[in-house]
Each structure stands twice: as structure tokens, then as C-alpha cells.
Design a protein around this ligand. Sequence first.
Ligand SMILES: [Ca+2]
Length: 275
Amino acid sequence: MSAVRSFDVWFYIVVGYCFLQVVQLQENVALNKATTQSPECPGYEGASHLAVDGNITTEFGQSKPHACACAKGISSTFWSVDLGKPYRLHNIRIFQRNSNHFTLNGFSVSVDASPCYQWTNSWSPPTVFNITCDKTGQIVKFSVPRTDYFVLCEVQIFVCADYYYGDVCDKTCNCRVQNEVCDKRTGACTSGCPPKWMGTACDTCDDRYWGTSCTRPCSTTCKEASCDRVNGNCQSCDDRYWGTSCSRPCSTTCKETSCDRVNGNCQCTYWVLFQ
Ligand SMILES: [Ca+2]
């Protein structure tokens, strides 16, 4: 195998590994779950489960059965999915029919009957788009306040995998109890943060430590042993020390051995003038 071919193989292995990692961070919890909707569009075969069957085609199809869910209500029209248990929701990806986009105009989404999103634009949604729905719940319902045909080709409801959190699920939990699954939106832990960490998601060093792992203690000569969390520089020095890490002692000739925190100059000029 030539050097170039060998490089190609490793490239695909690395890319494949990275892709696998990304997929594992989020899960589509709507896939193949139980669905229901207003009566099917008359003259069509657009059963409600077609919106969670994993097929993301947006071509409705000319012949029966069609590829997308299609409903037409009496006073309003809805489609809903039962996720099987409550989830902390955030991202929803919608695939609608690639024509007649107006059927989703003004649609709204609720979770366990609590509103979480409404399309308020004067234009129609695109064929594929994302919405944000920050709710915890089990029944996700889409509806339009009219009896137009309502077509959904696929609805993907993403939640972070256990031990991940954030908008794109790319941050890992850091709880005091290591096997605790943190809040998938905020990263908050009921058990609190491990020693040396602080913040809502326990992602910041506490006042006395610094570094990417928060394992490096601030200098004991920093004022109150507190320092910059990134570079370890002292915010201020204890009396008698100066410099970025407060490691340099003031001259013993300074009054009370106290000096300027930045350059080490004695701060005794005023005292000398009036002796
Ligand atoms: Ca589908």
C-alpha cells in the first residue's frame, strides 16, 4: 500500500471515529414512538407514524401509501407523539413536504399541554428547519388553528445522551457524585460540584485553584489565596509580596515591609517627607 493510500485509510478511520462520537451525544427520542393525529387527509394515506419512521424524505409521493403524515381536522388540526416517558427537551428538527409549505403556517408546539413554540413569521417555514422547545415532558403536540391539510414528513426530537448537556450536547457533566446524570440543558447537579469546582454546571475552578483541570492551587501569597482561573496570576497580593504570582518579597527597607503590587516600589514616600 502506498503512503498516500495508507494516509487515506487512517483519515477515514479518524473521521469515522469522530462521527461516531457526535452521534452518541444526542438521541432522537421520537423515533418509532406512538403517534396520533386528527383524521387522515381525505383521499390520502398519510398515517401519523410516518412522521417518526426514520425516513426523512420530503417527497410526499403521488401514489398511496404516501411518505408523510397528513391530517385534516374539523375545527383545528394536530399531530402528536408520546415519547414514552418525560424528557428534558431542547432541539426539534422538522421535515415537512417539499412543496405547499403553507400547511405549517402559524403552527405551534406544546409539551404536556404547555406551550413551548409558535411559528409567528409571516412567511412559511422551509422544508427542513429546527426549533427550540425548552420543556420537560412526554407528549409533544403540533397543531394549527385551522382545518388545512397538515403534513409532517419527519419530526426528530433530540435530547442529550446521559452525562452530556448544552445546546448541542457537547459538554460533559461534572457532578460531585460521578454517576449522577446532570441536567441535560444546564449541566446542574443535585449532588453539587466536586472539590475545587464551582458554577451552575461545575465547570469553573473555585477561588483557590486554576488550570483546565482546576488542580493547580493559587499561590499562598495571593490575597486570600485567590487567583485567575486560567493563568494562575494573583488578583492582588498579600502585604509584603508583589509580582503577577506575588512570589517576590517587598524590600525590608519598605515601611512595614509593604510595597507596590506591580513594581515592588516601597510605598513610603509620604511617610519619609514628614519625618
Ligand atoms: Ca418519515
